[in-house]
Design a protein around this ligand. Sequence first.
Ligand code: FES
Length: 118
Amino acid sequence: MPFTITFVTNADKVVSVADKANLLRTSIREKGGIPFKCGAGICGTCKCKIEKGLENTDAIKDRERNHLSEADFAAGHRMACQTFVHGDIAVSWIPLALRPTATARTSGSGPASAPPSQ
Ligand code: FES
């Protein structure tokens, strides 16, 4: 039975899905906009929040537990590449540009310059 996925962070874009579908694959195919890198549960980039319809997602995978805590799951967070959807959901995410980066976390904390060589 067809259902819809609403990509909240992408101006509430709504797409219709014909059958059980992987959330990230659907986002890529329909230009939903969920950020990703590996597509395999490794990088953590596809972290998202199921705003509505969490009951329409499948069971949490072990790979998701590498990036998300029980508190995250309780709040509706999932890894899009590991999540299959079988009914209406609405999903949001933090855009990559607004996420802390390794560069931002470490900037200014290292030595200003290498010591001069003699
Ligand atoms: S895209 Fe890398 S963990 Fe989902």
